[in-house]
Design a protein. Structure first.
Length: 409
């Protein structure tokens, strides 16, 4: 239990930290990408608005050229690596490249321009370029392209650095969380340890007086014969003995003292032999027992503990089935799994209580009343044993009609 609590604490804490890191990193990268896009958009708009002032030599599509002069500072040409294509009403196309734009030729520029015009979108990206389509006052069009390979490399580098920083931080935080987890669950661990020790000590202390009471009742019975009151004493002494045994079994399981002795054995033979031991009791109490056991099913586990699971389930079925009720035990192998089911007619179990019945000392008012003589520990013990064998136990049924426990190993 403590180990599971530590694991859950670490998993929840690291999950929250990872979620925060993910949100921060994604937001940071999207923010930087947005800033880069906005800066390039501003550059494209500036170029589109001032293209006629640039000191350039525009190359016409027919190979000719037109010289334009700019009275301003030529530093404007160094604001970035860009090129543009201008299209006038007569269909003439002009191309200009500045800033060393990745060796873009006139043919390549015109091809990019045609692709952009087909898209019909004013702003966007194509390959490594971000573009802007602007209409000039003279009804001509200018399509400006800015190379963003450097920005893409910087953003990629930012993502890599972010991941490395996040990974390293997660490793450091994992170590811190593990240490904090030990400290956080220590009070719970100490409390459970005291509880287990009390149950164990109290159970051992109660065994002696119960043994004396039982022995004295046997002596009195031998001297005065059978007596109703002596019968009550012996019956309640046996119930207390079973309760103490269940408590000790749970304590050993919690403390890890009750180790599982894994060994191969015939699961089919174990189930059959256990069922046969119940036949006389089932007959005397007016129930009907049926069983369907597939032969030659082998299992690797603790035979004694798995037998205890079957005993608990069959005993539970007998106690909670009515007179003339039906009890069915079925064993089969489904693919690579061993499936054991114990069915009985009766009041069944409400759907809202099907998970609670595996809790210690839980008793429903309808199906697990005190008249049955149980204390609500059997199913908890069965579940603990099944889980230690890496298996699963579930309950199904129909309230007021039947119930079935299924163990899968």
């Amino acid at each position: 239990m403590i180990k599971n609590l530590k694991r859950r604490f670490i998993a929840i804490t690291m999950g929250a930290i990872f979620a925060v890191f993910a949100v921060v990193l994604i937001t940071l990268n999207l923010f930087m990408q947005r800033i880069s896009t906005n800066q390039i958009d501003a550059l494209l708009e500036t170029i589109a608005a001032n293209d006629e002032l640039l000191l350039i030599i525009e190359q016409r599509s027919d190979g000719g050229s037109i010289e334009l002069y700019d009275p301003r500072d030529e530093s404007f040409l160094r604001v970035g690596r860009f090129f543009y294509v201008r299209i006038v009403d007569a269909g003439e196309q002009y191309f200009f490249s500045a800033g060393g734009t990745s060796g873009i030729t006139q043919d390549m520029a015109l091809e990019y321009a045609q692709k952009v015009l087909k898209k019909g979108v004013e702003k966007g990206t194509i390959d490594e370029f971000q573009y802007l389509v602007a209409q000039k006052p003279d009804n001509s069009y200018i399509i400006v392209f800015a190379e963003r390979s450097i920005e893409l490399q910087l953003l990629s580098k930012l993502r890599q650095v972010s991941l490395w920083v996040a990974g390293g931080s997660c490793v450091v935080l994992l170590i811190i969380v593990v240490l904090l987890g030990r400290w956080a669950v220590r009070p719970v661990e100490q409390s459970l340890e005291k509880q287990r020790r009390f149950i164990s000590d109290a159970s051992h202390e109660l065994k002696t007086p119960l043994t004396i009471i039982s022995a004295n009742a046997d002596v009195l019975e031998s001297e005065i014969g059978q007596n109703q009151w002596l019968g009550y004493i012996k019956q309640q002494t046996m119930r207390m003995g079973r309760l103490i045994q269940d408590l000790l079994s749970l304590t050993r399981t919690d403390e890890g003292i009750q180790q599982i002795q894994f060994a191969s054995f015939s699961f089919s033979d174990m189930v059959l032999n256990t069922i046969l031991e119940f036949e006389s009791r089932v007959f005397e109490e007016g129930r009907h027992l049926q069983y369907d056991i597939q032969e030659n099913i082998a299992c690797k586990g603790d035979e004694k503990q798995l037998r205890q699971v079957l005993v608990i389930l069959v005993d539970n079925a007998i106690l909670h089935s009515p007179s003339d009720g039906q009890i069915r035990v079925k064993l089969k192998k489904h693919k690579e799994k061993i499936v054991l089911s114990v069915y009985n007619t009766g009041t069944g179990i409400a759907e809202s209580e099907r998970e609670k019945i595996f809790e210690r000392f839980y008793r429903s008012d309808t199906s697990r009343s005190r008249e049955t003589g149980g204390y609500g520990l059997g199913l908890s013990i069965a579940k603990s044993i099944v889980e230690k064998h890496k298996g699963k136990i579930i309950v199904t049924g129909k309230e007021g009609a039947w119930v079935q426990f299924t163990v899968t190993l």
